[in-house]
Ligand binder design. Structure first.
Ligand code: PMP
Length: 406
């Protein structure tokens, strides 16, 4: 799992450790308020403007992905205020999406158990959810292509229901991670882009997992050909060696903020922390020097995909899907229908435990099991990973038969 989708360059990268040490020796901290900054924060901003899509030339730093999404929400509201449309305050998100663990992050996310824990007032006002593009679980009789279009069009229906003049933004992960690695059908994102363009609403790509090569492109939005106005990020930005997140703000938005906005009263003590920025700079320099993203796209992802898809032949597996270095299997009682085990999650948990015992870290969301290996995994390690998945599937099948699940 690359720690938690973050240790993209793997462990033991001395350059990253040295970068932190050097920076902490020279200047461990200075704030980024009152028109101040530090050299590593400036250098990182320069690199981010280069590696992100061309509409992005400004960055706000945060300490995490959750803070990045929080900041985004504030900027979205501010943007429409400055354009004298303060009533445009609704953000549309998706059920089963994940956008973090702060109040805004949990509200933007579509995890019902997290919403319930927010208490009687629940989700922040002005946040609504539409259904996710999870074909295996919810596609019914539709083909993936039909289903992708149908789920995207729920955005249009929701906009019409709320009133187009009230909708501020749409947020989505290119591939839903924590929700169970939901890889949308190919028809989904082009239709979403058509709809956000039609209504002129802001589009946020939450790249906390998909950013920095995970899909085989620098950002998931590039893999799916979308043109977001905000891009939120964290995790692989520093390969997890130090905590740092941020959000790229497109020229469309930053122009309004700069020209009309005056000061935006925002910032965290640790925004642009010099040591974290120095590590992120060193991290992205390695990304470029070792052609990490290109290697994922042209070599590792195709190699993993051919082997991963073979897992679909296993009696316990209903679907084996992957994109880039993200891959999932659905465990089912009967391969001939897309029906789940009842109750859900127990077989998945058993499979997860079996994997751990066999020396493989796999994550489980109900009966969906998934991996996100480091972007520097070797072919031999992919082979080892696959053999451990197969062994764990076999052992889980024996257990499931003995326990009457099959
Ligand atoms: N967005 C996505 C898509 C995530 O996967 C996560 C974390 N797993 C977050 C936001 C929140 O990031 P953090 O945990 O750094 O606050």
């Amino acid at each position: 799992m690359s720690g938690l989708w973050c240790v993209a360059l793997g462990y033991g990268r001395k350059e990253l450790i040295d970068a932190a040490h050097r920076q902490m020796t020279e200047l461990p901290y200075y704030n980024s308020f009152f028109q101040s900054s530090t050299p590593p924060a400036i250098e990182l901003a320069r690199i981010l403007a280069e590696v992100t899509p061309p509409q992005f030339n400004q960055v706000f730093y945060t300490g995490s992905g959750s803070e990045a999404n929080d900041t985004m929400l504030r900027l979205v509201r501010r943007y429409w205020q400055l354009l004298e449309q303060p009533h445009r305050n609704v953000i549309v998100s998706r059920w089963n999406g994940y956008h973090g663990s702060t109040v805004a992050g949990a509200s933007l996310g579509g995890m019902k158990p997290m919403h319930e824990q927010l208490g009687p007032d629940g989700v922040l006002p002005g946040i609504v959810h539409i259904n996710q593009p999870y074909w295996f679980g919810e596609g019914g009789d539709m083909t993936p292509a039909e289903f992708g279009l149908a789920r995207a069009r729920e955005l249009e229906q929701k906009i019409e229901e709320i009133g187009p003049e009230r909708v501020a933004a749409f947020i989505g992960e290119p591939v839903q991670g924590a929700g169970g690695l939901v890889i949308p059908p190919d028809t989904y994102w082009p239709e979403i882009q058509r709809i956000v363009d039609k209504y002129g609403i802001l589009f946020v790509s939450d790249e906390v997992i998909c950013g920095f090569g995970r899909t085989g492109q620098w950002f998931g939005c590039e893999h799916y050909g979308t043109r977001p106005d905000f891009l939120t990020m964290a995790k692989a930005l520093s390969s997890g060696y130090l905590p740092i997140g941020g959000l790229m703000v497109s020229d469309r938005v930053s122009r309004v903020l700069v020209e009309k906005g005056g000061e935006f009263f925002h910032g965290f003590t640790y925004s642009g922390h010099p040591a974290a920025c120095a590590v992120a700079v060193a991290n992205l320099e390695i990304f470029r020097r070792e052609h990490i993203v290109e290697r994922v796209r042209t070599d590792l992802a195709p190699y993993l995909a051919t082997r991963w898809r073979d897992l679909a032949a296993h009696p316990l597996v209903g679907e084996a899907r992957c994109v880039g270095l993200l891959a999932a299997i659905e465990l089912v009682p009967d391969k001939s229908s897309r029906r789940f085990f009842e109750p859900r999650g127990e077989v998945g948990m058993k499979m997860r435990e079996t994997c751990t015992r066999n020396g493989l870290v796999m994550r489980a969301t109900r009966d969906t099991l998934f991996i996100a290996p480091p972007l520097v995994i070797s072919h031999a390690e992919i082979d080892e990973l696959l053999s451990k998945v197969v062994r764990s599937l076999d052992e889980t099948t024996v257990w499931a038969r003995a326990e009457g699940w099959l």
